[in-house]
Design a protein around this ligand. Structure first.
Ligand code: 5AD
Ligand code: SF4
Length: 463
């Protein structure tokens, strides 16, 4: 979501003739787009602001802006903790960034804009309807926000306080934004929202599965992903959409957070372990090869050893494709911050390591099962290895990287192809999987299949 918001900030700043630079020391203006979901993210933001402040002491004309959730949460207090900051703008002020920077250039006085009124949200969405012009980079994959905010109030979570109430964008604006990105080379879109399953329910817009159908009809778009789904709102319609819409990827990120009913209740998640497992079964019945991934928090206040064992047991029962594990941290305004029975940092870490160790086995097992299979990969670009110039086995072949429909990273080699000059970024190619690691797969394009990617590529371009 911050990556997406950052692209809007860049657009806003380009109105004032600012250009991106990759060299921090050369910049006249630096915007730090912050995250406050966990304590660590907030600490990182302030330590980076410390570095910028040292830069500004040597270069007083440097303008420093702080946006995103830390700005929204801390408001004026950001200026106390980092006095050399010039502009603090909250999550709903992204559409006003160029005005704020202009104002600062004129007055050279610190500005704090963290207003979050409903009418401002609507105005911002109106602004978002302006097609994104001036973006020339040819990204194969990209994000589009379909809704903002959250009404769920999980007791550990800061999002409802920093992103505000849930608001869905209009389907026609989402579709037209994706169409304009596809014209610039986008092949895969990830739709973003805190809880995409409740898209459109407030305000009488179309449902999420209906939105997916509209996006599935966009010519030239190859793949659709989405994040994140709340298990309580995962509907049968969405499961059928996953089964039936050919562009919708075979992957569901379904954060469970804990395997214990006692903790789920304290987290205000509004589903039980049993309901979660039932939804997983339904997903696998409709889409047998679907990849399921999750988020888990360790050391939520009051989590006993037996609660934790139930989380380990749930991981064994579901056999997730991968998981993101997080150590619980208190967040400002979140209800659980006032809960007693806090777990020690040492124990929280110990539990995190246990879930990560356990998951490693299942990730490897799932990846191993793919060896020998042919997978359709959307090529995102040269592999990291190739970019670093580190070619395995001294081979001259090109090393590319892309993902399967199930969101697994595949690095693969392709022999030099004289017909297409190996220009396969953004193309769909078939790759035979040869090796499996915990976090990625390795393969090669099907033999004598060079013609395949050229022909397929021409088809894509024609579309
Ligand atoms: N502490 C630890 N993890 C958290 N998450 C959200 N809030 C907290 C918190 N206070 C995790 C949840 C969520 C993911 C994005 O971040 O697992 O799904
Ligand atoms: Fe936070 Fe819960 Fe909303 Fe997710 S659903 S953003 S965890 S409050």
């Amino acid at each position: 979501m911050n990556v997406y918001d950052t692209s809007f900030m860049i657009r806003e700043l380009s109105r004032l003739n600012y250009e991106e630079t990759t060299i921090l020391e050369n910049s006249d203006l630096v915007i730090v787009n912050t995250c406050t979901i966990r304590d660590k993210a907030e600490q990182k933001a302030f330590s980076f602001l410390g570095r910028l402040s040292r830069m500004k002491k040597k270069k007083p004309e440097l303008i420093i802006g702080v946006g995103g959730c830390v700005a929204q949460q801390e408001g004026k207090k950001v200026l106390k903790r980092a006095p050399l900051v010039d502009i603090v703008f909250g999550t709903h002020a992204v559409g006003r960034l160029s005005k704020l920077v202009q104002q600062f250039e004129f007055t050279r006085r610190p500005i704090v804009d963290v207003k979050m009124a409903t009418e401002i949200i609507e105005n911002q969405f109106e602004e978002e309807n302006i097609p994104i012009e001036g973006f020339t980079e040819e990204a194969v994959t990209g994000f589009v926000t379909i809704m903002r905010g959250c009404d769920n109030y999980c007791t550990y979570c800061v999002v409802p306080y920093v992103r505000g109430r849930e608001t869905s964008r209009r389907p026609e604006n989402i579709v037209s934004e994706i169409k304009s990105l596809v014209k610039k080379g986008l092949r895969e879109v990830t739709l973003l929202g805190q809880n995409v399953n409740s898209y459109g329910l407030k305000g009488g817009k179309c449902s999420f599965p209906e939105l997916l159908q509209k996006i599935n009809n966009i010519d030239g778009l190859q793949r659709i992903r989405f994040a994140t789904s709340h298990p309580k709102d995962l509907s049968d319609e969405l499961i059928f959409a996953l089964r039936d819409l050919e562009k919708l990827c075979n992957h569901m990120h379904l954060p469970v957070q804990s395997g214990s009913n006692n903790i789920l209740e304290k987290m205000n998640r509004k589903y039980s372990r049993e309901l979660y497992l039932k939804k997983v079964d339904k997903l696998r019945t409709a889409c047998p090869d679907i990849a399921i991934t999750t988020d888990i928090i360790t050391g939520f206040p009051g989590e006993t050893e037996s609660d934790f064992q139930q989380t380990l047991d749930l991981i064994k029962t579901v056999e997730f494709d991968s998981l993101f594990g997080f150590i619980y941290s208190d967040r400002p305004n979140a209800i659980a911050t006032d809960f007693s029975d806090k777990i020690s940092e040492k124990e929280k870490k110990n539990r995190l390591n246990q879930i990560l160790d356990l998951q490693k086995k299942y990730s490897k097992k799932k990846n191993m099962a793919m060896i020998g299979k042919t997978e359709l990969i959307l090529v995102e670009g040269l592999s990291k290895m190739q970019k670093k110039g580190d070619m395995r086995n001294g081979s001259k072949d090109f090393q590319w990287s892309g993902r399967t429909s199930t969101n697994k990273i595949v690095n693969f080699v392709m022999e030099e192809c004289s017909s297409c000059n190996n220009n396969i970024k953004g193309k769909m190619v078939e790759v035979i999987i040869e090796k499996a690691f915990s976090h990625s797969l390795w393969g090669k394009t099907k033999e004598n299949e060079n013609l395949y990617h050229c022909v397929k590529g021409e088809k894509d371009n024609a579309a």
